[in-house]
Ligand binder design. Structure first.
Ligand SMILES: Cc1cc2nc3c(=O)[nH]c(=O)nc-3n(C[C@H](O)[C@H](O)[C@H](O)COP(=O)(O)OP(=O)(O)OC[C@H]3O[C@@H](n4cnc5c(N)ncnc54)[C@H](O)[C@@H]3O)c2cc1C
Length: 389
């Protein structure tokens, strides 16, 4: 027997859950299938910086109560380098917009609760194994064995390692870029040490400090791509952060237990187009982006809203123009985000010392940083792209 629904959604991350909620609000039948169990989905710490567009989408569709209650506006960013440090009050630059700091796992928890309240069907512990874009059909495996489900449309919201992107035909263009940089992503049970998101550029490699919650801070350390996170003991992490953040000059970090350490490879992947037959890719499934500019979850929310609007037009008003335009509407925004993300990677990392032009490249980084410190036009450019999609 094949389970039937109207829109079949693979993956219960920000993309799948925003899409599911918006479709349920329009009375459209949905089934979300998610490989992980509810507890895993609810506790997976990843993003934390929501841009103004994401905040508007969430509040505009009745999904922002948790974010408005628990989130904090954030509009200050600091850079530290060999020539000292400076802050950019980006709330007063560019379009005068800010981020909202709200951990992704809290957002996902809110979205699951609201989706179920709206009568949506969600199956955890269900792994999609095969995808047919032409018939919008999937095969899945769960604790009871195997099964099949079909919709009128299929939304691939299963992230960068899912099954829907590989189901796109061979003829689509698959852009892929390894930026040659890896970060050790660390979560510390400690309040933030500085009011600002802080980016430190150092000969040992980049270090970053980002607020998450009142008692949790995310840190990043540039590491070798083949590094083993287990060799990074708590003491080694704090020592590297002290050196690269230049705490002797700028003041100490507030320490706490390290609860997560994992290697993140800075990669970009973009599929073009992101729709085929009845299959539409959303979020990381459509385009993987490095976390250097905190764009991934924001792209996922933007695309989910666009696709929801297009599906409602098609299913309720028999207007298929939004669906036909989905790919060409999203891709320019995806590429703008990719371009800024790459700009951030270039700003924050020097090439390995062994590289022939390493000194030249490093001097360019410092010149760009000096320009960002001194040029109001450069600061406005940064602020606009930092918060925008
Ligand atoms: C360390 C880190 C920090 C980040 N910080 C930020 C930030 O500050 N701001 C920002 O905007 N972005 C940030 N990001 C990126 C952001 O987390 C992702 O872009 C976002 O999670 C994408 O959402 P998604 O719904 O597309 O995919 P995901 O969140 O990956 O969700 C996909 C879901 O699909 C499920 N799935 C996968 N395969 C299958 C299958 N075969 N069958 C069924 N289900 C399946 C997965 O279990 C998962 O739940 C960060 C990422 C990392 C790693």
């Amino acid at each position: 027997m094949v389970d039937q629904t109207t829109v079949l959604i693979v993956g219960a991350g920000p993309a799948g859950l925003v899409l599911g909620n918006l479709l349920r609000a329009a009375g459209i039948g949905t089934l979300v299938v998610e490989r992980a169990c509810r507890e895993q989905v609810r506790t997976r710490a990843r993003a934390g910086f929501l841009g103004p567009h994401s905040a508007r989408v969430l509040t505009g569709h009745g999904l922002g109560a948790g974010m408005l209650h628990g989130g904090r506006p954030h509009g200050l960013c600091a850079f530290r380098g060999g020539n000292g440090g400076f802050e950019l009050d980006y709330a007063r630059l560019g379009r005068g917009e800010v981020h909202t700091v709200y951990p992704q796992q809290d957002l996902v928890t809110d979205l699951i609760a609201e989706y179920l309240d709206r009568g949506g069907e969600l199956r955890f512990g269900t792994t999609v194994t095969d995808v047919d874009a032409r018939t919008a059909t999937i095969g899945y495996r769960d604790a009871n064995g195997t099964g099949r489900a079909a919709g009128l449309f299929l939304a691939g919201c299963d992230g960068g390692n899912g099954v829907t992107r590989p189901a796109m035909p061979a003829a689509v263009t698959r852009h892929s870029q390894d930026h040659g940089v890896a970060w050790l992503a660390v979560l510390a049970e400690a309040p933030q040490s500085m009011a600002a998101v802080t980016y430190a550029i150092h000969d040992d490699g980049f270090a970053g400090h980002m607020a998450r919650g009142p008692e949790v801070t995310r840190y990043y350390l540039q590491v070798r791509p083949d590094d083993d996170p287990e060799t990074w003991t708590d003491d080694r992490i704090w020592a590297a952060l002290d050196t690269r953040m230049r705490t002797a000059e700028f003041g100490p970090l507030r320490r706490g237990r390290i609860t997560e350490r994992r290697i993140v490879h800075l990669r970009s992947e973009v599929v073009d187009p992101i729709q085929h037959e009845r299959l539409f890719l959303v979020g990381d499934a459509a385009s993987l982006i490095s976390p250097s500019a905190a764009k991934g979850a924001n792209l996922a929310i933007m695309e989910a809203e666009l696709l929801a609007r297009a599906l409602v037009d098609a299913l309720v008003r028999d207007d298929h123009s939004g669906l036909a335009a989905y790919s060409r509407t999203c891709l320019p925004r995806i590429w703008r985000a990719q371009e800024f993300s790459r700009w951030m990677i270039d700003l924050l990392h020097c090439p390995p010392a062994a590289t022939a032009d390493a000194d030249f490249q490093c001097a360019l980084r410092h010149a760009r940083l000096d320009s960002l410190r001194d040029s109001h036009a450069h600061q406005n450019f940064f602020a606009e792209h930092y918060v925008g999609i």
